[in-house]
Design a protein around this ligand. Sequence first.
Ligand code: NDP
Ligand code: MG
Length: 401
Amino acid sequence: MTGIPTRRLVLLGSTGSIGTQALDVVSRYPHIARVHGLAVGGSRPVLVAEQVLAHRPAQLVISDETRAAAVVDAVRQACSAAGVPAPEIGVGADAVVELAGSLGEGDVVLNAITGSVGLLPTLAVLSCGARLALANKESLVVGGHLVTEAAAPGQILPVDSEHTAIAQALAGVEHEQIDHLVVTASGGPFRGRSRGELAQVTPEQALAHPTWSMGRVITTNSATLVNKALEVIEACFQFDLPEDRVEVVVHPQSIVHSMVTLVDGSTIAQASPPDMRHAIGWALAHPHKLPGLAAALDFSTAQSWTFEPVDEDTFEAISLARGAHREGGGAMAVYNAVNEEAVEACFAGALSFLGITALIREVLEHPRRPRAQREDGVEGLLAVEEWARATARAQIAERAR
Ligand code: NDP
Ligand code: MG
């Protein structure tokens, strides 16, 4: 494996599902990246201390000010016990953005934060010129044109199994040769259920994903199909196509990670056993390949891969997102913000499972919903988001009464 540059790496969200798998990849292939900085929310102090000792970053940022003291204590104690210097520590959302924008060309930032709070760090990475390995799909979905216009060609490498698959399938394909993209969906734990059956499900059942092990929000989003809806929009921006050229197909085995159909009628697929380390390693090392990164498919035993249309009548998340994307003007920021509030409310027992997408629809249909103008930039989007969160919270409180 000669010729792979060792990039400085900033990892935002290092204690999460993607973050821990990324550090695993870096431990196994230490010549591809040297960990320069880590950013975390702050809920897992012991894990942060372990990561600091294992990877010795120069910088550490804790975004949640109320949790920072516990993390700082754990890290300083661990470093002093090991006889190594502690990293420079920053606290707060601004410090995350500063760390995100602190590198430059030839370096890489993996944004693995959950939620639209990842948008400002994404914009900071793009303006500093580093490669952006983007797991935080919300920043692309919410930021849309702002993000794509800030990015240099090829600067964003998607860390999402579907989009990583499409990027690989598109190698050597010209944009005008694409007919449409086919994004695969496992269908989540409630595939095949009727709306009546969905009315009974609990948040705990939503957390039992059939094929992937992921963070709590994305797992719930997979059950409502909001995750697939966000991924349709992510694909539109990442690959510069309208939503009616991004098809969704249910593929319960999660082996074909997505496909591209070309104008000549040929479909190109990328397939591998479900393992996010494949997407992470692809984005960190691109265009190099990491030998043995993840298990390959084994055709020595019989297997079947099945595909079926998605039931958009039962799961309205996708059609709502398509409408919001066609409209633009911050409608996707509203969609995502309401979903983030609704998922929290569902876990708090204040909203039913079906209530999540119902609330997204209601807030999108609100007669006084504000629009973000393109010239208002990121502030306009954040204002729309704030309105959407407040409106969603008020409607949740109303329902609970
Ligand atoms: P997790 O919830 O497991 O992890 C989120 C991480 O972000 C944690 O390290 C958390 O810290 C940290 N964090 C939270 N808020 C902030 C903040 N404001 N600033 C800095 N760090 C913060 O999420 P996942 O790893 O599952 O997902 C991350 C992103 O990747 C999401 O956008 C998701 O949609 C996407 N993705 C995930 C996949 C997966 O397989 N998990 C697959 C494809 C995409 P703390 O631990 O302290 O809370
Ligand atoms: Mg995905």
